[in-house]
Design a protein around this ligand. Structure first.
Ligand code: VGL
Ligand code: ZN
Length: 207
């Protein structure tokens, strides 16, 4: 891959893997393809979902509410989740089976108690920046490849924001898996297409 290409590996953390608090169906299937891709990309960035206890996206923070329901927060509708990726817990750790020792940056997101952040670029209020766009620009990257968990939430929103920031953006489908709750995968596919994100397979990526 070119020096101007970067792979963003989204949220491959124990809480999103089998046995985790918010396990993505077949989530561990992303690890093999990502490890193969990791050898091909010189530039890799990781994201890490990183919530404080009592985070506004947790159903447990809203008495009487259940995971996978919806709530209205100050910035708009929010899906409620089981407690997951709590800062400093084992479930928040990035999988040790992921072989990306040369990853250059880990961007943490979702650390503001009242704001969720599916995207590695911008929080759910759509205003608070994580700094990732400036980092990628300063590094001179032009093409962003996205993979990881979950395709219909954090991978999709990271890819959509990468495209909106002006990067040519590709989502590697076989290196991603979806949660698919309440039609979220179909909705994400529409929004990805509207944003101009290219859906590709890892086999299309030549070393
Ligand atoms: C994610 C739901 C809540 C994800 C993170 O990584 O896709 N999904 N927090
Ligand atoms: Zn989260």
């Amino acid at each position: 891959m070119k020096d101007s290409d970067v792979l963003i590996v989204v949220d491959v953390q124990y809480d999103f893997l089998p046995g985790g608090a918010l396990a993505v169906p077949d989530g561990d299937a992303v690890i093999g393809p990502i490890n193969r891709l990791s050898n091909v990309f010189r530039n890799v960035v990781l994201t890490q979902d990183w919530h404080p206890r009592g985070h506004a996206s947790f159903a447990s923070s809203h008495p009487g509410r259940q995971p996978f329901g919806m709530i209205e927060l100050a910035y708009g509708p929010q899906v409620l989740w089981p407690d997951h990726c709590v800062q400093g817990t084992a479930g928040a750790e990035i999988s040790r089976d992921l072989r990306v020792p040369h990853a250059q940056l880990i961007i943490r997101k979702g650390y503001n108690a009242g704001i969720d952040s599916y995207s590695g670029f911008r929080e759910a209020d759509r205003r608070t920046s994580t700094g990732l766009e400036g980092y990628l620009r300063e590094r001179g990257f032009r093409r962003v490849f996205c993979a990881g968990l979950a395709l219909d939430f954090c991978v999709a929103w990271t890819a959509i924001d990468a495209a909106a920031a002006g990067f040519e953006t590709l989502l590697i489908e076989d290196a991603s898996r979806a949660i698919d709750t309440n039609g979220s995968l179909g909705m994400a596919r529409q929004e990805l297409a509207a944003a101009g994100v290219h859906m590709i397979a890892s086999g299309q990526i030549a070393p």
